[in-house]
Design a protein around this ligand. Structure first.
Ligand code: NAD
Ligand code: UD1
Length: 312
């Protein structure tokens, strides 16, 4: 069962899982609050439209499930500042609801999505999992709840868990039009429309940009091999790119200069982010990430093709 399977990472994951001969059935639970059924077109999955907070939906989804990958959440930092209770409900309460359903249906393997945003204001780079989390947004606090509830359930019940901290994930099927769209799809859409790109703050903030297939390959391997861990694991490959360098890389991919404007710094924004990937490498030594250039090329191609298909 994949919660949030109609979203960006989820729909890429469902496609990757569907290629695995050892996986016989995939069930998606998604309330379509930010995801879309279009993302799952032509994908062999049973889709249940409903919330992870609804036990009846989970009781329909979970019988017979060998693994749960819990991605369903409201993923935006600014969105959580606009409505902290909504973020808490979907992300923290939603996780407890999934874990309770896992217990009811005796599922023994759970992968969950936490976030590098939990590091927040903690000093020290790269971000190692042993650093004390210091969230600076309600979203980050809700993700800390996601991972700690998952570890607590593993300690109390017979359950293998793998709480991943994703960093800034980008790639095909990431929505560029959403009001809280992430920086990579937003910049590509602005560039293709000929609009200036808006840098919040000085543009020197850094992210460990991670191509979505690199994330879904690791999760697929985790599901197939039933990998568990006794603590959280960063899922990124230890790169550090400033937004200014991201703009330059995008100019290289597109072959033209991009106009940039500066906006005010965003409340709740993390300044710098880079993963220590030692734990990830121990658990998944075969993982080979794409370069930022290769990932951006594939993402620009996808956005260009999606535009060509959509009515004007
Ligand atoms: P997304 O918004 O595209 O996907 C999230 C999906 O969850 C959507 O399809 C949405 O409709 C669904 N959803 C939201 N609330 C739900 C609920 N109550 N019940 C059922 N479904 C619900 O975002 P994404 O980028 O694919 O994020 C997937 C997960 O990864 C999230 O948990 C997010 O917090 C986490 N994450 C993402 C990133 C990133 O860079 N994209 C980084 C760190 C963590
Ligand atoms: C993203 C994810 C979040 C995840 C986190 C982990 C999304 C929407 N958010 O948050 O779920 O937990 O990674 O690292 O996927 N920016 C601009 N101009 C823009 C848009 C953004 O300058 O037009 C800046 C932001 O202020 C921020 C940086 O770009 O400094 C990255 O922003 P964004 O992609 O929205 O995501 P994160 O805050 O990193």
């Amino acid at each position: 069962m994949v919660s949030g399977g109609a979203g960006f990472i989820g729909s890429n994951l469902v496609r990757a899982l569907a290629e695995q001969p050892r996986i016989s059935e995939i069930v998606v639970v998604d309330d379509l609050s930010t995801g879309s059924l279009d993302n799952l077109r032509d994908v062999p999955a049973r889709v249940l439209v409903g919330s992870v907070c609804d036990p009846d939906v989970l009781d329909d989804a979970l019988p017979g499930a060998a693994s749960v990958v819990h991605l369903g959440a409201l993923g935006s930092v600014p969105g959580s500042i606009d409505d902290p209770v909504r973020s808490h409900h979907a992300n923290a309460t939603g996780t407890v609801s999934v874990l309770e359903a896992v217990r009811r249906h005796d599922v023994r393997h759970v992968v969950v999505a936490s976030s590098s945003s939990v590091y927040g204001a903690v000093p020290g780079m790269p971000r190692h999992e042993a650093l004390r989390p210091m969230p600076v947004s309600p979203y980050a606090a809700s993700k800390l709840a996601t991972e700690t509830y998952t570890l607590a359930y593993a300690a109390c019940f017979d359950l293998a868990v793998l709480p991943f901290r994703f960093f800034n994930v980008y790639g095909p099927r990431q929505d560029p039009e959403h009001p809280y769209a992430a920086v990579v799809p937003r910049f590509i859409a602005d560039a293709l429309d000929g609009r200036p790109l808006t840098l919040h703050g000085d543009g020197q903030q850094t992210r460990d940009f991670t191509y979505v297939a690199d994330v879904t390959d690791v999760i697929t391997d985790a599901v197939v091999r039933r990998v568990g861990a006794s603590d959280v694991v960063n899922l990124a490959f230890g790169t550090r790119t400033s937004l200014r360098d991201l703009v330059a890389e995008l100019e290289g991919v597109l072959g033209w200069r991009l106009e940039v404007e500066h906006g005010p710094p965003r409340p709740g924004d993390v300044r710098d982010s880079q993963a220590d990937c030692t734990r990830l490498r121990e658990l998944f030594p075969a993982a080979r990430p794409h370069s930022l250039r290769a990932g951006l090329v594939a993402t620009v191609e996808w956005q260009s093709a999606a535009r060509a298909l959509s009515p004007v």
